[in-house]
Design a protein around this ligand. Structure first.
Ligand code: H79
Length: 442
């Protein structure tokens, strides 16, 4: 007993010290803003710039498929006359997306807003219009949260040490002591002129000129511009590659960022998977478009893992989002119109994602999303709650559920099953957040 007290005393002391040093180091994320953002679950990502004229990948094709001098001159002929911010935001809204994130500046350094810091910007193209301004206004008008992506690395700027392709060359002129203030002025302009923002979505942090100290400093700086803003974990050096998790509490960032994959089940820290609707981030002619089934199952698997999905489109050089992508987004929206209750404002679990599909929950309800039936009956492990009712979401058809002390059996007759997702709703005898998550055997 005495030993236990000592141990818990020790732990308490440790917790107090840890909390104090954390608080001194970094402001905690705005918990309400974070919860509101998590509840949205689904957002639109946009990668766009003069590179769309070539149809090659943004940033990465500079000095590869497109010679650097040619790449850097594309903006002189960039004239997307069909660009309509309202149309883009309506497309996002019709898809059931609740927030919007656009590349203000990618690794190529091109600025999609009217910055005072450089001529390499949208208002110095023949188009002249401030795309960020029009989009931030349209988002506010339509009730969509507006956010910006911002790449820390800039392979074109003379003060940034590494050049294209992919930071493989070095520049004699470079100086991070000049580059960091240049970046900070960008961020100040963006937050002040187009904010308040939902998030500042950093990228390009993995390169060697960027340090943990710079990451901490930039995190504090962005929070000082807008205290309630969210900042992703790519502001600092703690990201675990494309897996996107964060290596420890000493690293700045309010949420994790798996890339081109659905994150693994994680309820103790928010995360968001960014995934392309085709294969490339920027527009590519005839790029392979993902099927409706793939899009819906990706969204549901993400929500089921307790994460958000940021689905990317790359608009064309004429300013439009490709009609076939608009059509796919509309189909996703139609599905959400019907089944959105099982996605928005839910948390992942308690049944972890698996070969069967995934589960989400809110209040006293669990939404079991089944993609693969593997026979007559699906078997799930026991949970510490009683299922008092089971039904199909949407109401057309029947779900038969048998709960015993050590398993849950679920049956839905063939004709009542839905493509690409049969949503079975369990009503529990207690709030779903009191149920311990369980893994489902394949
Ligand atoms: O903007 C889109 C891509 O252009 C950008 N992020 C999305 C949102 C992107 N940057 N890098 N990558 C995609 C792939 C980079 C992979 C690597 Fe690495 C960079 C492999 C090695 C260095 C980062 C650090 C991933 C693993 C280690």
């Amino acid at each position: 007993m005495i030993q236990l007290q000592r141990l818990s005393g020790c732990l308490l002391l440790w917790a107090v010290v840890a909390a104090a040093s954390n608080a001194a180091e970094l402001p905690a994320p705005d918990a309400d803003a974070l919860a509101r953002w998590q509840a949205m679950r689904f957002g639109m990502f946009v990668h766009w710039g003069p590179v769309s004229l070539k149809g090659t990948e943004i940033g990465w094709s500079r000095g590869q498929q497109v010679p650097a001098e040619e790449y850097d001159s594309l903006y002189k002929t960039f004239h997307p006359i069909q660009f309509d911010a309202d149309e883009w935001v309506r497309t996002a809204k019709a898809a059931g997306m609740k927030y919007f994130v656009i590349t203000s500046k990618h690794h190529d350094g091109f600025c999609l807003w009217d910055t005072k810091t450089t001529e390499y910007k949208i208002t110095d193209t023949p188009f002249k219009r401030d795309v960020l301004k029009e989009l931030s206004d349209a988002c506010r008008k339509h009730g969509i949260q507006f956010s910006t992506y911002y790449s820390i690395c800039d392979w074109r700027h003379p003060d940034y040490p590494l050049g294209s392709p992919g930071g493989k060359t070095t520049k004699a002129t470079a100086d991070m002591k000049r580059y960091v203030p240049y970046m900070k002025e960008h961020l100040r302009e963006i937050v002040k002129n187009y904010g308040p923002l939902g998030s500042m979505w950093f990228d390009g942090e993995w390169e060697s000129p960027w340090t943990h100290e710079m990451g901490l400093d930039l995190y504090r700086y962005v929070r000082s511009l807008q205290p309630g803003i969210l900042v992703n974990n790519r502001v600092d050096k703690g990201r675990r590659g494309m897996h996107g998790g964060t290596m420890g509490h000493e690293y700045a960032g309010d949420y994790d960022t798996p890339e081109q994959r659905v994150g693994t089940f994680q309820t103790d820290r928010p995360w968001e998977s960014c995934i392309t609707i085709c294969q490339q981030w920027a527009w590519k002619p005839d790029d392979r478009l993902k099927s409706l089934k793939e899009c819906i199952q990706t969204l549901v698997n993400t929500a089921g893992g307790d994460g958000n999905l940021l689905l990317n489109v790359g608009p064309m050089p004429d300013g439009r989002i490709e009609p076939r992508q608009v059509e796919r987004l509309k189909e996703i929206g139609e599905w959400l119109e019907r089944y959105g209750e099982s996605v928005y404002e839910t948390r992942g679990g308690p049944f972890k994602p698996g070969a069967y599909g995934a589960s989400t929950s809110k209040a006293y309800r669990v939404y079991l999303h089944v993609f693969n039936w593997q026979g007559e009956t699906l078997r799930f492990p026991a949970i510490n709650a009683k299922i008092v009712k089971a039904a199909l979401l949407g109401g057309d058809g029947q779900a038969v559920v048998e709960q015993t002390d050590n398993q849950i059996l679920v049956k839905v007759a063939g004709p009542d099953r839905k493509e690409p997702d049969t949503v079975v709703v369990f009503t529990l005898d207690r709030p779903a957040n009191a149920v311990a998550p369980v893994a489902v055997a394949p």
